[in-house]
Design a binder for this molecule. Sequence first.
Ligand SMILES: Cc1ncc(C[n+]2csc(CCOP(=O)(O)OP(=O)(O)O)c2C)c(N)n1
Ligand SMILES: [Mg+2]
Length: 321
Amino acid sequence: MQLSREQLLKSYWQMRTIREFEDRVHDEFATGKIPGFVHLYAGEEASAVGVCIELEDRDYIASTHRGHGHCIAKGCDVGAMMKEIYGARDGLCGGKGGSMHIADLSKGMMGANGIVGGGPPLVCGAALTAKTLKTGGVAVAFVGDGGSNQGTTLESYNLASVWKLPAIFVVEDNGYAETTASGWSVGGSQVERAKAFGMPGVQVDGLDFFAVNAAAREAVERARNGGGPSLIHVKLHRYYGHFEGDAQSYRDDGETARLRKEFDALAFFRQRVSEAGLLESAELDEIDRQVAGIIDEAVAEAEGAPRSTEADLLTDVYVSY
Ligand SMILES: Cc1ncc(C[n+]2csc(CCOP(=O)(O)OP(=O)(O)O)c2C)c(N)n1
Ligand SMILES: [Mg+2]
């Protein structure tokens, strides 16, 4: 089924929000105001949004260390996310998680994750819960090309397959694990790996939101209907370095500038919906304008917000369920 007009507008809104959020965090990080470690998702927007537009609040996702895009696509509050990154007390996780540990269980966002390959096992747990309690929910693990080689990921493929879990593994292949090109680290093919574990796998172009979305829709439908897990291999690129501060000496001169020109999922989306007469470019311009304002406001509020204090260290240590 084709996405509704409302879903198309929401998808563009979210992709623009991710781009603007990340470009702004890049600029602000350079001023030294943001503590900790930051990995940016700009360039990969079509993956998070193309998948999450198919999900509901009862569905869960597990993210990676490059998690801001997944958070935004799953509906987390952007202002609270920015505060979290700044270490503010009323950030999404009380300012204690920062960029790499943002979570919001009320939205089904189980968290960004500092452990590469940490998400897939969590998703097996969430998917097993959904299956056991018959909630009709599905669970999605985003994992990088580097993370796809972790034992935890491969064990999760196996568990999801033998237990026929409503799980989806989205391999976001941006061609690098830190500084190592995937040609040096990934054996065989992601899709063939899926098949080896008895689940369907498909490769899609991460430039093309609609290709990602079609693959996601099929996988979500299969999972919801008891058809078990799937894998989606998304080929994409990151605009920034591995982390903020990365000198990127392993990349060709001009590689990132070229990517912004040639691999821009937002520009691709705009062209597609305009050509098909689905949305007007003026309404997309208006989204750009509104999102820019929201991010400006989020940064201003995060800068002025009170920080976590030493006393906050001893709260939230134990959780009773
Ligand atoms: C278990 C574990 N091993 C190593 C690291 C260090 N590390 C952090 S990110 C990263 C590379 C991850 O590459 P990929 O999965 O392709 O994700 P990308 O950064 O490209 O989004 C590594 C090795 C870690 N955080 N956790
Ligand atoms: Mg990678």
